[in-house]
Ligand binder design. Structure first.
Ligand code: AMP
Length: 176
């Protein structure tokens, strides 16, 4: 990805202090989504990382991971699997509890969404403490998937989330 494209993406991320809780600086990616050139550049960043890898499915994390992950899956012509907050998926699920930078939650995956041995790339907008994506990784492996890599538009490096995902390789494009 060209440095000036990354710079434009970085400039478009809006910091919203004290959302959803006091002390959290929320990285708002909606200005990227709202700009056709920037949205395409953000998807291209993920695609560059995916090309040349034998990926069977993209798993996206509820909800902003859907926005990036589904566009990437569409372009690659492969399946997209949503990892959802508890109670949203209609069929039988596997579930895992996790802690967020700003709270606790539980996530679910349809038991038949991934076939044993399928190679998966996990996508979300942002890696913070890594709790969410570590439990996503657990769920993917529980249903038989092979997690090749986890990819994020933004990484809050000072929270060391990638350590929670080890040994899964982690890629991010905008580091803070
Ligand atoms: P974590 O489990 O701490 O890595 O949190 C990652 C998840 O929470 C992702 O789905 C993010 O969208 C969201 N998230 C956590 N912290 C922030 C933040 N500072 N700004 C925007 N989203 C965040």
């Amino acid at each position: 990805m060209a440095p000036d494209s990354l710079q434009k993406l970085r400039a478009a991320v809006r910091d919203v202090p004290d959302f959803p809780k006091t002390g959290i600086i929320f990285k708002d990616i909606t200005p990227i989504l709202a700009n056709g050139t920037l949205f395409r550049a953000s998807i291209d960043a993920f695609l560059e990382q995916c090309r040349g890898k034998a990926i069977d499915k993209i798993v996206g994390i509820d909800a902003r991971g859907f926005l990036f992950g589904s566009a990437v899956a569409y372009e690659l012509g492969i399946g997209f699997v949503p990892l959802r907050k508890k109670g949203r998926l209609p069929y039988k699920t596997e579930s895992a509890k996790y802690s967020l930078e700003y709270g606790e939650a539980e996530m679910e995956l349809h038991i038949d969404a991934i076939e044993a041995g399928e190679k998966i790339v996990l996508i979300d907008d942002l890696l913070a403490t890594g709790g969410t994506s570590a439990s996503a990784a657990t769920l993917i492996k529980k249903v038989g998937g092979i997690l090749l890599e986890a990819q994020f538009l933004i990484e809050l490096e000072f929270l060391h989330g990638r350590e929670k995902l080890a040994p899964t390789p982690v890629v991010s494009f905008l580091k803070y």
